[in-house]
Design a protein around this ligand. Structure first.
Ligand code: MG
Length: 406
């Protein structure tokens, strides 16, 4: 039986990799069908096809149109409605329903015919659609951390109430999810997120003052989009992942640790009460966590290159420098505060990174602006979606305002 998939954010880095993974899963199915019939019956998922029902992009019209031609989804959505007409004319000869705006994204997230909603929308923009999918009890494969960061409490509650599931695609959380299967939730004593440390790992506070945009965009291990690459350089990425893990695994902040692991081979670890530590290892390749979220609870052969132990001269771990990377310490504080704090933390970062990528502020200003914004914010507990979105908008305004002031 085929699994029907909607990909929110199909033209970004994760979206494109997801389509590659699905291509490979479907082509191995074809190979199995023709030559290895016995394998199909012995491995359940080998017999599962993956059908793309819906795709969405924010403004990459050309790429979305190419994908629509290739994958023939029944629906496409462009969230920036300014591009709606252009998309319609690009696809005028195709039998596809074209939707626009955030409502369009919500509509494809709730489609009756969709089993799995894979969300890879950059930033806070996809939040409404993820919650909408959760309300319909969909299986969520969450690649972007914002839904769990901003609305972790609300989202996990909604998923539970509607009988859905959340499978992490973020590599660290996928690793924790996999390692957790070695015991019961009550037997876990600690979860340990690993961090590459980014390009400035070895720098002192003084050195970091003068790093350039180009240096911040040159990540040593992972090849990702510009926003997440900057987040990796500030370690804001890991700060957001602490919050993400807190909600995804319903784990008190005191049981979450972060260690720097520059080789990015051990994707994260779980320590159990008896002292056993279970880790998930692999090459730094997003195709593996994407595939696992799609094939779970089964594992099938895929395109991710396998790890060769003799290629790993050594694996190293070190404590993060919380003084130089203030964002990480803030992340733990925000995770503890709960309520609207993480919405402000995330939005202030998005706004500050935008200004940094536009060349308007220095690298170190990013975290200064975030901290200033958090200090001004009065945290509301048990927030509804509206209050989270208000906090998000307020934080962005604060950041942009303080930059435009002389
Ligand atoms: Mg990650």
């Amino acid at each position: 039986m085929a699994k029907h998939i909607a990909i929110l954010g199909s033209t970004g880095s994760i979206g494109k990799n997801s389509l590659r993974v699905i291509d490979a899963l479907n082509s191995s199915l074809v190979a199995c069908d023709s030559s290895l019939v016995s394998q199909v019956t012995s491995h359940g998922t080998q017999g599962t096809g993956y059908e793309i029902v819906a795709l969405s992009a924010h403004s990459s019209v050309k790429r979305l149109a190419e994908q629509a031609r290739r994958y023939k989804p029944k629906f496409v959505a462009i969230t920036n409605a300014d591009y709606y007409q252009q998309l319609c004319s690009e696809l005028s000869d195709l039998d596809v329903e074209i939707l626009a705006g955030p409502e369009g994204l919500i509509e494809i997230a709730q489609l009756e015919s969709v089993d799995i909603v894979l969300t890879a929308v950059v930033g806070a923009a996809g939040l409404g659609a993820v919650l909408a999918a959760a309300q319909k009890g969909k299986q969520l494969a969450v690649a972007n951390k914002e839904p769990l960061v901003i609305a972790g409490e609300l989202l996990t509650k909604t998923v539970k109430e509607n009988g859905g599931t959340i499978l992490p695609v973020d590599s660290e959380h996928s690793a924790i999810f996999q390692a957790m299967l070695a015991g019961s939730r009550q037997e876990v004593s600690k979860i340990i997120l690993t961090a590459s440390g980014g390009p400035f790992r070895k720098m002192s506070i003084e050195d970091i003052q003068n790093v350039t945009l180009e240096e911040a965009l040159a990540h040593p291990v992972w090849d990702m989009g510009p926003k997440i690459t900057v987040d990796s350089a500030t370690m804001m990425n890991k700060a957001l992942e602490v919050i993400e893990a807190r909600w995804l695994f319903d784990m008190p902040v005191e049981m979450i640790e972060v260690w720097i692991h520059p080789e990015s081979i051990v994707h994260s670890l779980v320590e159990f009460v008896d002292g056993s530590v279970i880790a998930q290892l692999g090459r730094p390749d997003m195709c593996l966590p994407i595939q696992y979220a799609l094939t779970y609870p089964e594992r099938v052969a895929g395109i991710a290159e396998h790890l060769r132990l003799d290629e790993m001269s050594k694996l190293t771990f070190e404590k993060p420098n919380l003084e130089a990377f203030r964002a990480l310490g803030l992340g733990f504080e925000v995770a503890r505060a709960g309520g609207t704090a993480a919405a402000v933390f995330n939005a202030a970062n998005e706004a500050a990174v935008e200004e940094f990528l536009a060349g308007k502020i220095k690298f170190v200003r990013i975290v200064e602006l975030i901290e200033r914004c958090l200090n001004k914010h009065n945290v509301k507990t048990n927030p509804a979606l509206e209050e989270l979105l208000d906090a998000d908008a307020w934080a962005r305004e604060q950041v942009h305002k303080s930059i435009s002031m002389p």
